[in-house]
Design a protein around this ligand. Structure first.
Ligand code: 13P
Length: 249
């Protein structure tokens, strides 16, 4: 069965001083019943991986280039992330799609690069508020999934995070019925493309204003295998109860 995953995306937050939060998290969850992944900024990957080396907490990155090496000033490749101690990488986050104009075809190339470097890819997708209000949510999700997910994707090397753009950092969350609808739809799209058995292996995370207070309700939903958490992953005080809620779901 799918092991649940509590993933934290620190985004462009964190300096060396923030590593005390990671240390607290590691000390608080010595034998977690779920997978725990922290994705700090690239500047902290080596130190974070070192700190968590003898713990169940895994370290991931937030983006990678689609090439393994080359003349790409300022970029970081998937093999470099693996070398720094990352085991996973978030790809296709809406903030990258918006800030850097990343299209799904590029996201697919990045996921392939991540797989080649033996990193787990966490594919993010989700609709804008305008798209939801225009009843285009499932069309948008289907299009992003089809074009962002390469054929090499399996449940072992890829996690999918549904992150409605309007719920990210806003304190707004979709209703349980809205989350369930999208997760059920994602599973059926995966089934249609990869077959029933393979589709069962993909973990589906929800992301967007997950907090200790709303985590139990979200984790109780069918086909929610965990969360991708932004703001509430920055401190152990906030992230730890989310992990516990997932363990208890
Ligand atoms: P927040 O939890 O801060 O809304 O961010 C969600 C997110 O974008 C995680 O990738």
């Amino acid at each position: 069965m799918r092991r649940k995953l509590a993933a934290g995306n620190w985004k462009m937050n964190g300096t060396n001083a923030s590593l005390t939060e990671l240390q607290t998290l590691i000390a608080t969850h010595p034998a977690p019943g779920v997978d725990i992944l922290i994705c700090p900024p690239a500047t902290l990957l080596v130190q974070a991986a070192g700190l968590s080396a003898d713990s169940p907490v895994m370290i991931g990155a937030q983006d990678c280039h689609s090439a393994a090496s080359g003349a790409h000033t300022g970029d970081i490749s998937a093999p470099m992330l693996a070398d720094a101690g990352a085991v996973a990488v978030i790809l296709g986050h809406s903030e990258r799609r918006q800030d850097h104009g990343e299209e799904s075809a590029l996201v697919a190339a990045k996921i392939s690069a991540a797989h080649a470097a033996h990193l787990t890819a966490i594919l993010c997708l989700g609709e804008s508020l305008a798209e939801r209000e225009a009843a285009q949510t499932l069309d948008v999700i289907a299009d992003q999934l089809r074009h962002s997910l390469p054929d090499t994707a399996t449940g072992a090397n890829t996690v999918i995070a549904y992150e409605p753009i309007w719920a990210i950092g806003t304190g707004l969350t979709p209703s349980p019925a809205q989350i369930s609808e999208v997760h059920r739809f994602l599973r059926s799209e995966l089934r249609a493309r990869f077959g029933s058995e393979a589709a069962t292996g993909f973990r589906l995370l929800y992301g967007g204003s997950v907090k200790p207070a709303n985590a139990p309700e979200i984790f109780a939903l069918d086909d929610v295998d965990g969360a991708l958490v932004g703001g509430a992953s920055l401190t152990a005080a906030d992230f730890s109860p989310i992990i516990t809620a997932l363990e208890n779901a």
